[in-house]
Design a protein around this ligand. Structure first.
Ligand SMILES: [Zn+2]
Ligand SMILES: [Zn+2]
Length: 342
């Protein structure tokens, strides 16, 4: 088969022949049909993820069709459509035994430590193959892990958002636009802030109750106006990048007493500054959150199948143009998820 292989960091991937995947007893082999792209793919190709060893076939937001089924692969059948949960946890550490496989320190992930989905076929552990209804197009299914499940895990598992609460999403890109929808589904009042008027319009289309253009409005002031001076229960900061420290300052200033800050967007070396007295008197929770559990992905798959949660996609590129797609992603902040199709 052919795959896009990362042979050297900071260099374009190479489209070349690689061995076909072998199907183990508890595996399936899928024909890859779509890969979501995110900023993490840029970190992988830049060599910023220390656990990545080359050569590697990247791609961690994968959807495809089952073409081969191992003898002990459970109920999966040829022709099933699946989304791939990328983490293979050890199953034997305390975190795994406590149901928190996402913090397993021995985890191996497809697209990072193991070959991922930038290939024509891919071997997937059966327990990591999440069946998705055939009514969901493959490009949408590829957003279940990552683009949607990261925000789902943050809001549902980490911040424990409740009906009637107020949630501010800061940055409505590929992650934020889905978090806004999830918060709505959970019964929250949702505010969205961004510097891109088109993204704000999209956030309104997907149910945000109010949007704030932070280029011409002071975010904490705008939030106080919207909440009778209280602030919000949850802020989900989804911007990251070199300016993230200032964005986190503003995010903290939007919290209500007892509020929770979800830090989803980040950058190496950029700090979170907080007045210790304000933290105590505000009784805030500061929550770093990352990735998702397989259960989150299953729940997201069911929400997408039901049509209540709508994956938001931007441009599609053929897999062979993955280099061009990543180049474009590095220079812009697309509206919705960019997807490689095959
Ligand atoms: Zn990702
Ligand atoms: Zn483990």
């Amino acid at each position: 088969m052919k795959a896009m292989v990362l042979e050297q960091f900071k260099q374009p991937m190479v489209w070349r022949d690689v061995p076909d995947p072998e199907c183990g007893l508890q595996d399936v082999v899928i024909q890859v049909r779509a890969n979501g792209l995110c900023a993490t793919d840029l970190k992988v190709s830049d060599g910023a993820v220390s656990t990545v060893k080359l050569p590697l076939i990247p791609g961690h937001e994968v959807a495809g069709e089952v073409v081969e089924v191992g003898k002990d692969a459970g109920d999966l059948k040829s022709g099933d459509h699946i989304a791939v949960f990328p983490a293979l946890a050890c199953d034997s550490c305390d975190a795994c035994r406590n149901g928190a496989a996402n913090i397993c320190r021995h985890v191996l992930r497809t697209g990072f430590e193991l070959d991922g989905g930038f290939s024509q076929y891919m071997r997937v552990r059966a327990r990591n193959a999440i069946k998705v209804g055939k009514g969901v197009p493959f490009d949408e299914a590829s957003t279940i892990n990552g683009a949607i499940s990261t925000g789902y895990h943050a809001l549902v598992q980490k911040a424990r958002a409740r009906a009637g609460e107020t949630v501010l999403i800061v940055g409505v890109g590929g992650l934020g636009i889905h978090m806004a929808q999830i918060a709505k589904i959970m019964g929250a009042t949702v505010f969205a802030a961004d510097i891109d008027p088109e993204k704000l319009r999209l956030a309104e289309d997907y149910g945000a109750d109010a949007v704030i253009d932070s280029r011409d409005q002071n975010l904490p002031e705008a939030i106080r106006d919207l909440t009778d001076g209280d602030g919000v229960d949850i802020v989900a900061e989804c911007v990251g990048g070199h300016a993230v420290s200032g964005i986190l300052d503003d995010s903290i200033a939007c919290l209500k007493v007892g509020g929770r800050l979800l830090v989803v967007g980040y950058a190496y070396g950029q700090s979170l500054n907080i007045d210790s007295a304000a933290l105590i008197y505000g009784q805030w929770s500061l929550i770093g959150t990352r990735a998702s559990t397989i259960q989150d992905d299953v729940e997201v798959a069911r929400l997408v199948e039901s049509g209540r949660l709508k994956p938001v996609l931007s441009q599609r590129f053929p897999l062979e143009q993955a280099n061009e797609a990543l180049e474009k992603l590095s220079k812009s902040s697309p509206i919705g998820r960019m997807v490689l199709t095959s």
